[in-house]
Structures are given as C-alpha cells and as structure tokens.
Ligand binder design. Structure first.
Ligand code: 5GP
Length: 114
C-alpha cells in the first residue's frame, strides 16, 4: 500500500492539529477548512479509498463514523447538526488516498453539494 501524507501525520513526521486519537483512529483539523469546524477522521490502518474497503473493514468503518459522531456531540455540534463526507476517487473529489471522513460543522450546509 502506498504511503500518503496522512501516514506521515500518523507517524508525526509532519505536523497536524490533532483533536482526537485512539488505538484505531486519528482526527485532525483540515489544513484548508471548508467550514468553521472541519476535522478529518482517518483509520490508522490505511485503506486507500472506500472502493478498496472489504467486509473485514466493516468494524473499522463503523468505528470511524462513531468517532466523528462522538466528537461532534462532545463539541456541542450535534444539536445544530453537521455533515460527514467520504470522497471516493476522481469524481468524488478525493485527493488524498488514505480513506478519511470529513466532519464539517458550524454553518448551514447545502444540498446538492455541487
Ligand atoms: P479529499 O479531497 O481527499 O476528500 O480530502 C483531503 C483533505 O485533506 C482536503 O480537505 C485537504 O484540505 C486536506 N489536506 C491536504 N493536505 C493536508 C495536510 O498536509 N494537512 C492537513 N491537516 N490537511 C490536509
């Protein structure tokens, strides 16, 4: 599996504003935030894209989503609401090929996302 800059963030080879960590998940602020709160939740065991996820990754994918939800709840973001996004490959707008969940909050979101 190819390494990405998110692998470097996990290994602390490049800095990031880390807001949450457990055995399986790391979360840090997006360097180019698209909302007042924009945090990326990544699995420490890299999966390149959602298309690469296997049935054996089901628990890890659930753990990622639950970590994002718990963070939003703990930060008082859940009542107003938030958006979670997983971009996949070119048309999805994915630019870093280490699967990640975007958590966006702090402003009204719109649909469709464009
Ligand atoms: P994608 O486009 O793959 O769904 O999301 C990748 C995200 O990673 C983008 O929102 C981008 O701003 C963010 N990003 C890219 N490079 C860095 C970096 O070096 N540090 C941090 N914290 N975020 C990054």
């Amino acid at each position: 599996m190819g390494d990405t800059l998110f692998g470097k963030i996990i290994r602390r080879e490049i800095p990031a504003d880390i807001v949450y960590e457990d055995d399986d998940v790391l979360a840090f602020r997006d360097i180019n935030p698209q909302a007042p709160v924009h945090v990326l939740f990544i699995p420490k065991r890299a999966i390149a894209t959602l298309d690469d996820a296997q049935p054996s990754d089901a628990a890890l994918l659930g753990t990622l989503l639950l970590a994002a939800a718990a963070y939003a709840r703990n930060e008082g973001l859940a009542k107003d609401g938030y958006r979670t996004v997983i971009n996949c490959n070119d048309h999805g707008g994915q630019t870093v090929f280490h699967l990640h969940v975007h958590l966006l909050a702090g402003r009204q979101m719109h649909w469709p996302p464009g």
